[in-house]
Design a protein around this ligand. Structure first.
Ligand SMILES: [Mn+2]
Length: 457
């Protein structure tokens, strides 16, 4: 299904009205998601918008050639503004204004001159949303945004969403949609959008062309997949004419594994071990391995997903890497049978997702012995988890099970103390400041608006 003129017009209007835009690709992001997000970023910036572009996990370094790669933010900054308004009566002035912070309470103290303030003069309101449009790219359903969505559901329900996608499974979420299920990539949809509007088209640059072509090349696996259409080949040709750097894409996407990486991958394959009974497959790369192969510890990422977890008949896959700075990191994957997120949280204070998690061990005498100890703990932990689940299924209702299933998320939330509150608690306990005094003589802007916190800092 392709996109109608009406749908393009609606998207153009939404973009025209928007000034502060949030762009988000799906979690477990792929090159098409990243390229779509960055091409939107580049286009919207060129049109004079404020744009925040999110990549929920650290994007693969092999894609750092993508123009604008350094613009990615990991988290949505939802700085809320809560406004307490004191409506002054005729002739009333503010003599003194100060605030105190104590025991989790902010007291705003207003001393009026010429009159009295009563509770009826106070109104409360929430300030503007940080964003007035959310553009979701390459994502079939909002749930696929992962924690970015689940941790900001209010934002996603309050702010209009433009859904740009090419998945046949798209659930058509959002107020405005540009969904073309015949497009080879989400960037191809963006290309059509860009071309139908002269004021967008003139913003096309070799950088944007490179981003759009990256999405097409990677989602078609270099035009090998059956989703490659005559149209996507034509678009690729047009993009090359617009200055898309095809060789740069190929070099970075397909020919980017240094010899040292391949050698360390070979070493990891050779070190693989299996405990058939427990269903655990693991491998190790020690500091000596790294030194011998002239490799760095970060080069072991990818071994787990591309090599180790292809072993059949196991439940848990672990890659242990000894780190240059000391200690070890373990990455862990699992089948549906085991929740590795709660497992490593309990055993090692690690975290992650139910099927993909990680943990670190800071210090030990002997790497190989430490690995064996970790494997032993994991074996026992898996048995215990199975037992707990069985007990649990017997003794509880379905509802409670759901919240247990989300235990990874809950643990994470508890550990996360909002930064702002922590800051106030640590540094500003029992502060008393007379704001009017402090600001007297300082420049306030023409509206009389002053950011008190900023002035104090
Ligand atoms: Mn895609």
């Amino acid at each position: 299904m392709s996109i109608s003129n009406l749908e393009f017009t609606a998207a153009n209007q939404a973009l025209g009205r928007a000034q502060r835009i949030l762009v988000v690709p799906h979690a477990n992001v792929d090159p098409d998601g990243l390229s779509s997000a960055l091409s939107c970023y580049q286009l919207f910036r060129a049109l004079g918008k404020e744009v925040t572009v999110i990549c929920p996990e650290s994007p693969p370094e092999s894609l750092s050639f993508l123009p604008g790669y350094d613009k990615f933010k990991r988290e949505i900054q939802e700085d809320q503004q809560f406004i307490v308004t004191v409506n002054l009566e005729e002739g009333m002035e503010v003599d003194k204004l100060r605030y105190t912070v104590e025991d989790h309470k902010v007291n705003i103290i207003v001393m009026p001159k010429g009159g009295r303030i009563a509770s009826k003069h106070i109104t409360l309101s929430e300030g503007l949303n940080m964003y007035d449009l959310i553009v979701v790219v390459d994502t079939a359903d909002l749930s696929l945004l992962g924690s970015i969505y689940t941790e900001h559901m209010d934002l996603f329900s309050q702010v209009p969403i433009l859904n740009i996608d090419h998945h046949i499974s798209n659930t058509e979420f959002g107020q405005v949609k540009l969904i073309d299920t015949t497009a080879a990539s989400a960037t191809e949809v963006i290309y059509h959008w860009l071309m139908q509007m002269p004021s967008y088209k003139e913003k096309m640059t070799p950088d944007i062309a490179t981003l759009i072509l990256t999405g097409i090349i990677t989602d078609t696996r270099s035009f090998q997949n059956p989703n490659t259409t005559p149209r996507s080949l034509e678009i690729a040709a047009e993009l090359l004419e617009m200055g898309a750097r095809q060789q740069e894409i190929i070099q970075n996407v397909y020919k980017s594994k240094p010899l040292s990486t391949l050698k360390i991958w070979g070493r990891a394959l050779n070190n693989m071990q299996i405990d058939k009974e427990a269903g655990i497959v693991w491998s190790t790369v020690s500091r000596e391995d790294l030194a011998e192969m002239d490799a760095e510890s970060k080069e072991t990422s990818g071994i787990l997903d591309d090599l180790i977890s292809t072993v059949p008949d196991a439940k848990v896959y672990v890659m242990f890497t000894e780190l240059e700075e000391g200690g070890l990191k373990a990455s862990i994957r699992s089948t549906m049978e085991v929740n590795v997120s709660s497992l490593v949280a309990k055993l090692f204070g690690g975290g992650g997702h139910p099927r993909a998690a990680g943990f670190r061990v800071k210090s030990f005498d002997n790497f190989q012995l430490q690995v064996l100890e970790c494997v032993q703990k994991l074996k026992e932990g898996i048995v215990q988890q199975k037992k707990d689940d069985a007990d649990f299924n017997q003794s509880s209702s379905g509802d409670f099970k759901t919240s247990y299933g989300r235990s990874g998320g809950i643990i994470k939330n508890e550990a996360k103390v909002p930064d702002k509150i922590q800051e106030v608690k640590e540094d500003k306990n029992k502060i008393e400041i007379d704001i009017v005094e402090k600001l007297r003589g300082s420049d306030s802007d023409s509206n009389g608006k002053v950011d008190v916190m900023e002035e104090m800092a």
